[in-house]
Design a protein around this ligand. Structure first.
Ligand SMILES: C[S@@+](CC[C@H](N)C(=O)[O-])C[C@H]1O[C@@H](n2cnc3c(N)ncnc32)[C@H](O)[C@@H]1O
Length: 299
């Protein structure tokens, strides 16, 4: 059942859906999208990365800012799929600040934190509006985080992320690329369902370029790794298929049948349909961007 009339544009709809009213749709989405975080957790040697940061920070507690924390799927995946929890026994303590404009997200993410992550401050604000006095942090990360930024605010958000990073610190950005499913689907949705009205999602390339414009390449090495994979959903798992796609558009007022019947979007969905196997395959392309101080941190 539709939970609300969609607000006019992407940023406002994103904020409205990061709420208790959006929980059902969020859970259908993560039935598939949990994979995004497991693959990120498997892509780097995080214990090694944290050991390096701790050495540079002079030992003791590490500070971390989770930008656009959402419901905390990234820290959850790290706790489940890496050896980071064992580092807590080795004395690692990460003071974990959460940032998100949605209070729902701050509460959800706080609930998943376990050692070595220890909840510290919560910042109910957008990245671009984070108070200049907050930081610097030893680690700043933004994972599948900044799709709904207003395009005019991308530079301000990138600048503020860099300012919030300690000189010896590490920044990790992971986000869908221009051609991956999240952005391609939403472009087709806006074109086919909304008559071309509305703001497209921001790509990883756009945020990376903005980080470079803000001077990331002067102080840090910028390493970009591309992850390519598929989200596969059975055709008869209608609830997950529809819920996933609705969440991809932050719009639960458009049914699966309406999406299939729409121009442009219908063609996109047809192209994702493997009728022989009875599944839809959504081709993801995600860049994992790691900024490390120029004198290097093993990662
Ligand atoms: C897909 S979630 C992020 C997922 C999260 N990193 C995780 O580990 O589960 C996107 C989040 O971005 C937040 N958001 C939207 N616009 C934002 C902005 N301008 N600055 C910071 N966060 C924003 C939303 O409220 C939402 O909670």
């Amino acid at each position: 059942m539709p939970s609300e009339t969609p607000a006019p544009d992407t940023a406002a709809r994103s904020l409205a859906h990061w709420s208790e009213a959006g929980r059902r749709e969020m859970e259908a989405f993560y039935a598939l999208a949990r994979l995004d975080y497991r693959l990120l957790a498997e892509a780097l040697d995080y214990p090694e990365l944290f050991r390096g940061v701790r050495d540079r920070a002079g030992g003791g507690e590490i500070t971390l800012l989770d930008v656009a924390c959402g419901s905390g799927k990234f820290p959850e995946a790290l706790l489940e799929h890496t050896d980071l929890p064992a580092l807590a026994d080795d004395g690692l303590r990460v003071a974990y600040d959460l940032l998100d404009p949605a209070p729902f997200s701050l509460t959800e993410a706080a609930a998943v934190l376990r050692p070595p992550f220890q909840e510290a401050a919560s910042h109910e604000v957008t990245m671009e509006d984070l108070d200049a006095g907050v930081g610097p942090f030893d680690v700043v990360w933004a994972t599948h985080a900044l799709y709904a930024l207003q395009p005019g605010n991308v530079d301000a958000a990138a600048m503020r992320m860099l300012e919030a990073l300690a000189p010896h610190g590490v920044l990790l950005l992971a986000q869908g690329t221009h051609d991956g499913h999240y952005l391609a689907f939403y472009r087709a949705f806006l074109e086919g369902v909304r008559g071309g009205e509305g703001t497209e999602y921001v790509s990883c390339e756009q945020v990376t370029d903005a980080l470079r414009r803000a001077g990331a390449g002067d102080t840090h090495g910028v390493d970009v790794r591309r992850l390519s994979y598929e989200h596969v959903v059975q055709d008869d798992d209608r609830e997950v298929l529809e819920g996933f796609l609705q969440r991809c558009a932050f719009d639960d007022t458009v049914s699966l049948e309406e999406m299939r019947a729409a121009p442009v979007l219908g063609d996109y969905l047809d192209a994702c349909h493997d009728a022989e196997a009875g599944v839809h395959r959504f081709r993801q392309e995600v860049d994992l961007v790691l900024l490390t101080p120029t004198d290097g941190i093993p990662a």
